[in-house]
Ligand binder design. Structure first.
Ligand SMILES: [Zn+2]
Length: 296
C-alpha cells in the first residue's frame, strides 16, 4: 500500500516535471557569454542554447547544418549586434521567424580608433560591469516579451544578478583607483577591452584594433613598441581566443612583463578558468590589476 503511494507520487512528480519542461521557452544566443547571462535571468523558465561553443572565435563563424538543427524551435534570439557577429543574422534566416534582440541597445558606443575598421563602433560592449546592467535589462525585456507569464521571475532574477555584479567589481574598481594615474594603462593584443578600460579609468592601447583585422603585422608591432616606450608602460596582455605570440614578442623586445591572457569573447567549459560571465570579467580584471601592481 505504502509502496503504491510512493510510486503514484513519483509518477505525479515526473509528470509535473515534464509539463513544466515543455512550458520552458527556448532562448538562442550567438555566443556563450550571453547564454550564461540569459540563464541567470531565465532561471528554470528557459532552455538556453549558444550557437558557438566555449572557446570559439566568434567574429567570423560558419554555422554547420548541425548548428541550424540545434536552433530549430527557438522562441527568441539574443545577440550583440554592433557589427560583431554578422553571421548570426544570416544564421537566423534558416530558422524562420524568430524575434532577435540586440543586447547592446542603449550602450554608448566607443569607436575604433585605427586600422581598416576605424570609426566603427567597437563591438565588445559587454566587457564592463557598467554595461552589464544594460545587457541584463535588455535580456529581461526580451524574455518578458516572449514569455509574459514569468515576467516577475525575470525581473527579480535580473535585479539579483545586477546586484551580484555590482558587489563583485567594487573591490577591483577600488584597487585600480588606488594606482598612480600614470600606471593606469591597459595594453592588449586586440582592442577588445575599450569598455572595461573606460569603466575602470584605464588608458588603452592594442597591437591591432579588432580580430577581423591583421593580427600582429610588423607595422602594428613597431607602433605599439614605440607607445610602450614613450609612456613607460609596465605590462602587456593577450586574449584567450588569439595567439599570444605578438604580445609575447612585444614584451621581449621592450623588456616589459607579459601579463598573461584576458578573456573576452568566449567562456570556458565548466572545468576551465571562466565558466561564467562573472568569472570572465573577474579573472580578466584581476589579471589586469595583478599585472599593473607587480613590482618590476
Ligand atoms: Zn573580439
Amino acid at each position: 500500500m505504502r509502496l503504491i503511494a510512493i510510486l503514484a507520487l513519483t509518477l505525479a512528480i515526473g509528470l509535473a516535471g515534464q509539463a513544466s519542461a515543455s512550458d520552458r521557452i527556448k532562448v538562442l544566443t550567438s555566443f556563450t557569454v550571453f547564454a550564461d547571462m540569459a540563464r541567470n535571468v531565465a532561471g528554470e523558465h528557459a532552455e538556453v542554447v549558444s550557437i558557438t561553443k566555449e572557446g570559439a572565435e566568434i567574429h567570423m563563424f560558419r554555422p554547420t547544418p548541425g548548428d541550424i538543427k540545434r536552433g530549430l524551435g527557438a522562441d527568441v534570439a539574443l545577440w550583440n549586434g554592433m557589427g560583431l557577429e554578422t553571421w548570426f543574422e544570416r544564421y537566423l534566416e534558416n530558422l524562420g521567424a524568430v524575434k532577435a534582440y540586440t543586447l547592446s541597445d542603449g550602450v554608448e558606443p566607443i569607436l575604433i580608433g585605427e586600422g581598416p575598421y576605424e570609426g566603427r563602433a567597437n563591438p565588445h560592449a559587454w566587457m564592463s560591469p557598467g554595461n552589464a546592467m544594460t545587457y541584463i535589462d535588455n535580456i529581461v525585456a526580451a524574455l518578458t516579451e516572449t514569455d509574459p507569464a514569468n515576467a516577475q521571475a525575470y525581473a527579480a532574477n535580473g535585479e539579483a544578478y545586477k546586484a551580484e555584479i555590482a558587489a563583485t567589481f567594487a573591490p577591483i574598481r577600488a584597487a585600480i583607483e588606488a594606482l598612480p594615474e600614470e600606471k593606469r594603462w591597459l595594453v592588449t593584443s586586440e582592442a577588445a577591452f575599450s569598455y572595461l578600460a573606460a569603466d575602470f579609468g584605464l588608458k588603452e592601447a592594442s597591437i591591432w584594433a579588432i580580430n577581423a583585422d591583421d593580427q600582429g603585422s610588423p607595422q602594428q608591432v613597431r607602433r605599439i613598441i614605440d607607445l610602450i616606450r614613450d609612456n613607460d608602460i609596465p605590462v602587456i596582455f593577450s586574449e584567450s581566443t588569439v595567439s599570444p605570440k605578438p604580445a609575447e614578442q612585444v614584451a621581449r623586445e621592450t623588456g616589459i612583463a607579459y601579463g598573461g591572457v584576458l578573456y573576452v569573447d568566449s567562456l570556458s567549459t565548466p572545468d576551465g578558468p571562466v565558466p561564467t560571465y562573472i568569472d570572465l570579467l573577474k579573472v580578466t580584471s584581476q589579471t589586469i590589476v595583478t599585472g599593473l601592481t607587480a613590482q618590476p
